[in-house]
Structure formats: structure tokens, C-alpha cells
Design a protein around this ligand. Sequence first.
Ligand code: BCO
Length: 565
Amino acid sequence: IHKSFHNIHPAPSQLRCWSLSEIGAPRWNDYEVPEEFNFASCVLDYWAQMEKEGKRGPNPAFWWVNGQGDEVKWSFREIADLTRRTANILTQTCGLQQGDLLALILPRVPEWWLVAVGCMRTGIIFMPATIMLKAKDILYRLQMSKAKGIVTTDTLASDVDSMASECPSLKTKLLVSDHSREGWLDFRSLVKSASPEHTCIKSKTMDPMVIFFTSGTTGFPKMAKHSHGLALQPSFPASRKIRSLKTSDVSWCLSDSGWILATMGTMVEPWTAGCTVFIHHLPQFDTKVIIQALLKYPINQFYGAPSIFRMILQQDFTSIRFPALEHCCTGGEVLWPKDQEEWKRRTGLLLYNVYGQSETGIICATLREMKIKPGFLGKASPPYDVQVIDDKGSILPPNTEGNIGIRIKPARPVTLFMCYEGNPEKTAEVECGDFFNTGDRGMMDEEGYICFLGRSDDIINASGYRIGPAEVESALMEHPAVAESAVVSSPDPIRGEVVKAFIVLTPQFLSHDKDQLTKELQDHVKSVTAPYKYPRKVEFVPDLPKTITGKIKRKELQKKEKGQM
Ligand code: BCO
């Protein structure tokens, strides 16, 4: 019945606190979904208006630092202005249109947020990716998506130029740099002169908004396409309770700009609540810089992968108090009970778990007011109805191991990905009866808390990165020393899991020094694909276990790694 966002969802500042009893047991599809929704006009422009009317405090909407004294602070009004200019650059200067695809490969620089929101204003579908990508990774993404445009920095511009002839769809290249480059449009100059007048498109909630590349067991990453409905997630009452953000909060989510965690945790979620997004450029991960930032800035909400918390705990301190920090939230990989205990003992703070995927956003969470059950993810986060199912899609009784599934029939939740773009077979493969099968194994207790028990396939989750073994094996095979390889996950006390490669050497490399060869192969993988995928462990073996038809038995190697054989 309702057509507009504000008729259905109270305006962000008018949202009252919902009690847990009001949220009730998770039920699927029990929220009205507006027919039209656009995060830029419904949320950002709303906060810009609130600022204009003096109804929001003076704290910035965006606060960026780089650790070298540079700082950017924007209000919502400034963001509205700059993202309208960006929208004009994308459509008028670049000639892009609603429905066109744009690769967005930037480090944590302020322009990332301008381009993402500029895309939302114009209906251009943005495809975030990590700056760690190498030439071949970018070529794959540009060719798969037939992207019409790319936004990146000096670091990757020459790689893009070298492959441009192989990407006939690529029409426009935007450079974010203090220097200009031939054949590239200079974003920083353009934004100064672009018009701030722009009318946001009236997007249907189910129109496509963003695509995340996500790894699978076989082949190369798939394109998980989301609608504007994804950005509705933090408006749902239960989702608002995950971190209970308020306008006076300063939220720091430490995700690389390539992942869904960045889109949601550094943009959609905090800005829905009207709070300050804090960003540290952090080109190289450095635990000491993170600790210093938490001590120096008034960050009261901190969000990142469990490995980050474990790395902080590796530092030499028995106890530390971060003056402003109130709430810590973690997701993206397994959180162990001992991490929660240790974090509480040494910082005095609780560590709350959330769970989600590139296809879903947040599926389960321990809400801020919920009891933390160590070893559990939390409960289903509406609009998702999460159940533990068998291989046919039947719901399993409590305390029974099965697949973690999200109900998609009779209605598909608006925040769930639309499909794997251009891949109906893979889209169909993840459907199981009335459910979307996450591919994660889990168990639900009598109270509805869900625990994570591992993957049902060969995907590796190393410090929060989802890595397909085939991607690493393919990179290894390019090296002349490698006759065959099998890549599996190996347990690690800090990173949760790391990539391990079992390698059969070609005859001419059999006598080489193994330590040297290990380093050479690691450097090789880092140079041909995004370096976070490199095998941190390497074992040289005379042969690999295979089935009678010659298929490598990764599961056997995996079990051995986990000490199960
Ligand atoms: O450890 P090494 O030094 O041997 O290698 C590192 C880097 O030095 C290297 N590297 C980076 N850029 C390079 C490069 N090498 C060559 N050329 C370059 N251009 O590559 C390795 C990178 O590995 P890393 O990022 O795993 O290690 P690092 O730097 O120690 O960072 C640790 C973490 C914990 C910060 C990092 O692993 C991380 O950010 N993890 C979290 C990922 C995440 O946010 N996942 C969430 C996904 S979304 C989701 O799951 C939905 C959930 C709601």
C-alpha cells in the first residue's frame, strides 16, 4: 500500500527504541517494504535537512585521518553536496547511465564514499573491490561484468591501461590522484567544478545497486548482485539494535573498502543512524596505529574482523582502557570464546558477534542488549528467518548440525542478494527447498542462538577473507616449479585459518632449497593475484590424494590439517 520510505520506516531521528519483546521472535517477511527506496535521498538527504534545521548536533558525518596530519571532516550537508557533484560527473562527464556498471577500486580515501553515493543517486551499479587486486584480477572483473567505467588510483592505473584493449565495454576511467594521467579523467579537479544541483533517481527498492565479487570452491569469483533493498537493512528494528547507534556516536569499522562489511559498516549502517563515520586511511595494516587511534580519538563504536581483535591482544599489555570506547562488534570469520574472554579481561569491554556473507549482509547477531553466549553467533536478525536445514531443505530440530539456511519462499527477503549476475546455474545451486543455503554448517539451540561449525565446501576463510582454493591453485600453476597443487584451509591461532598449499614439484625443481622455494612461490602468488590469498603454509609432497577419476581429494588433506586423521 505504502509507496514512500518515510511512510513506512520512521524518519531516522524519530525512530524510538524498540524493546526486544516488541521485536519478538524472528519472523520472515514481516516488514512492509517500500516500493521505492534510495539510500542517498531517503537517508543522507534527510540528515542533511536535519542539519539545516538545526536538529542534528555539530559532530561530523564523516571524519577521515591518514596518520600524517591530514584530516577531512564533512557534515551531511557537505556529503550531500559533494555526492550530487559526483553524480553529475558520472552521468554528464563520464556519460554513464542508470544500470551501467562501475568498478570502484580505491583504498580508504574519502572519494570512495563520494563515488558509492554518487552511484546510488544515479542508479549506476557500483562494484567495490580491494586495492590489493592485481592486473589479472581486474581484467577478470572488467570482462565478467562488462563494466563501462572504473575509478581507481595511480597504483592500478597502468595495469588498467595495459588491459584496456581487452575490455571493449570500458568507456570511462576516473583517476583519484593529485596528478593527472593521459586517458583518465581527474576526479579531484572535476568535483571542484561540477554542479551541486542534481535530482536523485527514484529507484525501485528492487532495482540493482551494488555487486560484490565473492569467491567459491570452484572457478573464479561470482558476482553477488544486490538491490537498493540491501541499504534498508539498518532501518529494520532488529538491525538497529545490533549496535544501537545514535547520532552522537563515532563509529570505526575497519574493513577494506572492497568488502560488503565496508559498504554496510562504514556507510549504510552508521549513516542510517546519523552518526559519525570515522576512517583511518591505514594503507598498511598496523596494530599499533589502531591502538593509538582508539586511545586518541573519541571512537566509541569499534567494528572489525576477529583477527583484528586477536592481533590487538597479541600486543604487549596486560590491561588497557580506551577512553571513549563503549561497544565492540566483530564479524567476518570465527570468533572463539577465548577471544571474548581475553578482550573483556584486558580491555574491560564485551565483544559482540555478528555473522553474514557477501550475499546477505548481517544474518545473525548478538544484539547489544542480548546475553552473549560464548561460541554462538547470536540469533537470526530479521528480516531473515534463519534455520538449520538438511540437504533437502527440511528444518532440523534444535542442537542438530546442518546447513545454515535463510527462508526465501514464499517471499525472498529484500536484503538478500538478487542473484549471481550472469550465472543462473550458481544462483539455482544455492537454493535448497524454501531456503537459501549459505554453505555454512551450524546448529541452533533451544533459545534460537546459532553457532557456526565450518564450511560445507572447500572455501577458506583466512582472517575474514573468503578465498576460493581454485584461485590460489591457478596462481601457483603459473610457476614452473609447480606440477600440481591442492590448496586447503589450515588452522591458525591468530588468523583463524590460513591458506595452505600442498605442492608436487616439477622434476627440475626437486633438488631446490625448500625454504627458498617456499618464499619464491609465496611471492609469486602475491604478484599474480590479490596478495591476501597467498599460501602462508606450504608443504611439498610427492603426490596428492586422488579419487579413481583423478579428482584431488581436498577433504582428505583438510582433515589431516585439522588433525582429524
Ligand atoms: O602478512 P604478509 O606481510 O606476508 O602479507 C600481507 C601484506 O603485506 C601483503 N600485501 C598487501 N599489499 C600488497 C602485499 N603484497 C604485495 N603487494 C601488495 N600490493 O599481502 C598480505 C595481506 O594479507 P592480510 O591482509 O591478510 O594481512 P594483514 O595486512 O596482516 O591484515 C590483517 C587483517 C586482519 C587486518 C586483514 O586480514 C583483514 O582486514 N581481515 C578482515 C577482512 C574483512 O574485513 N572481511 C570481512 C568480509 S565481509 C563479510 O564477511 C561479511 C560479514 C558481515
